[in-house]
Design a protein around this ligand. Sequence first.
Ligand code: FCB
Length: 456
Amino acid sequence: MQRSDFGDSFVWGTATAAYQIEGAVSEGGRGPSIWDTFTRKPGAILGGDNGDIADDHYHRVGEDVALLADLGINAYRFSISWPRIQPDGTGPGNRTGLGFYRDLAEQLLAHSITPWVTLYHWDLPQALEDKGGWLKRETAYRFADYSAIVAEELGDIVTNWITLNEPWCSTFLGYASGVHAPGRQVATQSAHAAHHLLLGHGLAVPRIRGAAPEARVGITLNLYSVNPASDSEADRDAARRIDGLSNRFFLDPLFKGTYPTDVIADLDQVDWFTSTTTSTDLDTITAPIDFLGINYYSRHTVAGDSVVSKASAFPGSESVQFIETDAPQTQMGWEIHPDGLIDVLTMAHEKAPQLPLYVTENGSAYEDIVTADGTINDEARTDYLYKHIEACKNAIEREIPLAGYFVWSFIDNFEWAMGYSRRFGIVFVDYATQARTPKRSALWYAGFLGGRLSSG
Ligand code: FCB
């Protein structure tokens, strides 16, 4: 397999998110986000970790961009911290925050790396959560205003815009299981957050285009390949439910202008959805977009009829059991299943045949060992990346319009509820010194791409 197999215009990148790498949470006029608050909650984050310092990327942009350039990538996906732009979630843009991202984008461009901007990678300003967060419709309007401010500032140098990262996580980890910020457990009502997130996306699309006429706008979903553990009716129903909540609940409103009725019934939210989600809302949500981003890590194998566990990330379908297969797993306990990437790309292509697709995240956590000579031979991560990139190639051979691939992640970082205990980077971070060391996977990726790093 070679880079040239994918054609010259294929986008090759790595990805990060603001709260996971930046640190400097009290600098540059940044206000608190829901993650600053949530990480203070006893027991919420493994090891009591938080993003106060993270990778200190805020102070190390030059060094990090130089490293990105050495990889030989042509694109870098990063997210904007909303509370750096609007510390209270409303009002005019904070010049220091905007300037930080303008400088980052300019530095990338100086190295011929195309910036890909995610507007919302989960760090809602705490002031908006205090007013109800994504359970409130108002938050969608605030998100559209914020998006316009950023597009106004960066629209002359940034073309690729991702409104939301993984609204499934914001919705169901944030408001159902409570494993992510804001840590609420309002079960089936959490689905209202999904609607407001999607509405925010739909309202933001024309605002971004208005401020940045050259913009290509998309959204990133985490899609899953979902398989019933057996052919039994109960297991097939479990698969229908989990596919519904993970995939169709987001794909259908975006591309068909409807919510899947079976999912709304499972959630016991028919009344709310029929009274609140007007057809105008759905028209807004189906605003034409230019691409679809897909994050893929693993698949789900599911069975019906188990003991009901509380505070599940699958509200209304708590009795579904997630089955461990005997396939190898990463340190996250996520099964490695490269063909599932082909499944989700096929699914997305069927729902949105007109759109180019991008894998906006794919990667794996492993316990890295720094050897005596300072190298990190992360063979398993390298193999994971190789196999998933191979799956991308297979997808393209099946005429799926896949146009790019981003490794998650550029560097080790704050892995949400797992804190710093899970390393997804292809570049190792020594959190005591902030020294960055490319792992073997980075050297492999750079070698594959023809980047400088590979030649040492
Ligand atoms: C995704 C997130 C990303 C990272 C990876 C491992 O769900 O978008 O920030 O945490 O998982």
